[in-house]
Write a protein that binds this ligand. Sequence first.
Ligand SMILES: Cc1cc2nc3c(=O)[nH]c(=O)nc-3n(C[C@H](O)[C@H](O)[C@H](O)COP(=O)(O)OP(=O)(O)OC[C@H]3O[C@@H](n4cnc5c(N)ncnc54)[C@H](O)[C@@H]3O)c2cc1C
Length: 614
Amino acid sequence: MGLFSRRKTNFVDSDVLVIGGGMAGCGATYEARHWGRDLNIVCVEKANIERSGAVAQGLYAINCYMGMQWDENQPEDHVRYARNDLMGLVREDLGYDIARHVDSSVHKFEEWGLPMMKDPETGRYTREGKWQIMIHGESYKPIVAEAARKAATKVYNRIMVTHLLMDKSKEGRVAGAVGFNVRTGDFFVFRAKAVIVAAGGASHIYKPRAVGEGMGRTWYAPWSSASAYALPIQVGAKMTQMENRIVLTRFKDGYGPVGAYFLHLKTYTENAYGNEYESTWYENTKELVGDYVDRHPVPTCLRNHAFLEEMKAGRGPIRMVTKEAFQDPHKETVGWENFLGMTIGQAVVWASQDIDPKHTNPELTTSEPYVMGSHATCSGAWASGPEDYSPDEYQWGYNRMMTVDGLFGAGDTIGGTAHKFSSGSYTEGRIAAKAAVNYIKDLGKDAPQVSEDEYENLKTEVFKPLENYEVGRNEIVAGTVSPSYLLPMHGLQRLEKIMDEYVGGISSHYMTNEPLLTRGLELLGTLKEDLDKLGAEDLHQLQRAWELQHRVLASESVTHHTMFRKETRWPGYYYRGDHMKLDDDDWHCFTLSQYHKETGEWELEKAPVYHIVD
Ligand SMILES: Cc1cc2nc3c(=O)[nH]c(=O)nc-3n(C[C@H](O)[C@H](O)[C@H](O)COP(=O)(O)OP(=O)(O)OC[C@H]3O[C@@H](n4cnc5c(N)ncnc54)[C@H](O)[C@@H]3O)c2cc1C
């Protein structure tokens, strides 16, 4: 018995267990109550749902709104848009399903008090772009959280979920989850009939541009720690498109968003010498991807590609031309408010660097890669689709159920559906919850059973880093260095270095190839072995330890997927130097993986892409 296994264990029974109370988790919690009036609905969140997840500090725009009431767009249009941006590869059934329901979610946000910008003459929401509407969104997350809080039987804040539990009575069926309270250290066993994973995307698996003291400054939320992928991967759920990591072009050093600048303020980019550069790279890009470069709008990755090539040609920095637009006082106000409502850090960076965009055109940069399923890329779990719309091959029961029985997902968790953003993630949470409630009703008395052995073993495993530290600190040789343990921060930096140098990060201009990936996997293998020796001096570090475990498993998945897809489908996101061209003959398909925990082996396969919308 370990030193820390005497910790208190709390048991929580639920019908629907929602893991992660961000946008998708709040949507799932809210909707589960609608369909399951008398059900026990529990939401568990490692922070506090009031201000957790990628929307924590607010947003200035809702990026996915059809506007069907005014006949602005139809769901099919959104499918075409996402398909085009992802170079052909999206789950059209899932995307359509979100698009047809997303407007109703946005209308609820307004009803609950979210201030929307409106055209005073038409009464319509102000459009930032074809899909985006503008909001005064500092309090977006608290508003959405309030509805979830009222709907839930109970919300458990400050509990980090580390593992899912499997049913002892039926193989391949989920039965709940375990985790620990990051403040009290209590261990929690959540028993559930259905589980919805909505734990966000993954930052900090690649070395960020800002290191040392500034390493928290990343584009994606630093607390998005890949649990959304690791939890299902651990129990054998299939993943898809994990190679489809995202790289963002953003304002330098603060990662301030550029969408409102391009779309609303009509600013544009130029190289260091004041020249337009995208057309310079047209022929080069066409060589790589063929006609995809002629699509409208030009896919996001290809615009990154032109940016990167121009930088490599020595004509950087690339700047956003703001000096013209900012002469208009209205545009100047919008430009600043855009940051104050969602990325206040960018305003602070500009102030600290003496950049007034009215007089100086600010620099842009490309970010380190992130893994996510809700923004402009679509990594995540392979999920069953809606029964009225999906081809048979994409359907095995309940909408948004993964390949593990009773395990559902939404938002960044689910793969194949890019461009859902905050509103689409929320909507997907609602869709998943409705299906989960149906699943529970169909279960009848056949409820899953958790195994005492399983959760007791996990309890020992979860607290082991505290024990490693307690024992190993007696051997500290200097500062914090002990020969017996690895601190979470050291493990994280090792992971980021491996991913950066071998799996196409910033230091290699996002380039990789088979030999690099092979070596990367070897190094990830030794890192994984060392994770048994993680040492945590307190509960905060214990959380960091488990976040690292999740990040490493997700990184392994990304590396295997990147190795499997022998083409460069998305130049500007990453390059396979040994297969530099897009290859529609062999790779117009999804990549799927499954992890076998007992052997540590990964199995990869292809799945067809069905084009359902013309
Ligand atoms: C910088 C940035 C700008 C964006 N801009 C826009 C925009 O302008 N408009 C727009 O519509 N969308 C925007 N988005 C996208 C939007 O924020 C996401 O699409 C959305 O938040 C995804 O929802 P989610 O529920 O999957 O993840 P999140 O909202 O991130 O929620 C995940 C939740 O899971 C919790 N969690 C994670 N791991 C665990 C664990 N192990 N145990 C318990 N809880 C856990 C997290 O704390 C978090 O609360 C932006 C995102 C970012 C990062």
